[in-house]
Design a binder for this molecule. Structure first.
Ligand code: CA
Length: 208
């Protein structure tokens, strides 16, 4: 129902109540309810966190923690543990240098800002972030996988369950990996950032 339509119903109601049908009133009331609901939702919205540069991936770990990967400029790609109300530093601090060579203050200089849990200098150019869950790679259960576009790698991150993380493994795959997903059978799909690009299915090496 458009605003013009609502105005027309109100005008006719004020002129002559009988000119407005029950169905029209129902539609008008439903529109009012939607408007109130949207207003209510908007009033509840707030920024979860600030100070992000170029987020490329956001995912919940099996323990419910929320993680994010983002690109730094010349250096300083980050894996962040996202918590409400925190400022993640950009553009005030970074483990990086600007593209024009101008240094950026180190996160160590601003203890009030939240540091990344893992950072990459030189960069990997993260394409996404996802948590592995599947049967084919049981040793990866609970690990995160990150495609590297700049580094042409697949990266595995492990977690200590207390908010810590480690860049545990990195495989060179020779393609700019934009996204990583897990198939229902536990195989890993990699999609390449290229035109034409490839889609690769990763499975364990058969035992000799
Ligand atoms: Ca940061």
């Amino acid at each position: 129902m458009t605003l013009a339509h609502v105005s027309e119903i109100v005008r006719r109601f004020e002129a002559d109540r009988a000119a407005v049908s029950y169905a029209e009133w129902r539609a008008w009331l439903a529109a009012q309810e939607r408007r109130i609901a949207i207003h209510h939702i908007r009033s509840k919205l707030q920024a979860m966190s600030t100070g992000h540069r170029t987020p490329y991936g956001l995912a919940f770990a099996p323990d419910g923690r929320l993680w994010e990967v983002e690109h730094g400029p010349r250096g300083g790609d980050e894996l962040n543990l996202i918590e409400p109300g925190k400022n993640y530093g950009w553009p005030l601090v970074s483990y990086a240098t600007n593209y024009n060579g101008v240094p950026i203050p180190s996160p160590e200089t601003r203890p009030d800002l939240t540091k990344p849990v893992v950072y990459w200098t030189p960069i990997i150019g993260p394409g996404n972030l996802m948590f592995y869950k599947g049967a084919m790679f049981p040793q990866w259960q609970g690990s995160a996988l990150i495609g590297g576009m700049q580094s042409k790698t697949l990266n595995r991150i492990t977690f200590d369950g207390k908010g810590g993380a480690t860049a545990a493994e990195r495989w060179s795959v020779g393609h700019r990996i934009r996204d990583v997903e897990v198939a229902p059978d536990g195989a890993v799909w990699l999609i390449e950032d290229a035109n034409p690009g490839g889609l690769f299915r990763v499975t364990p090496k058969p035992q000799q």
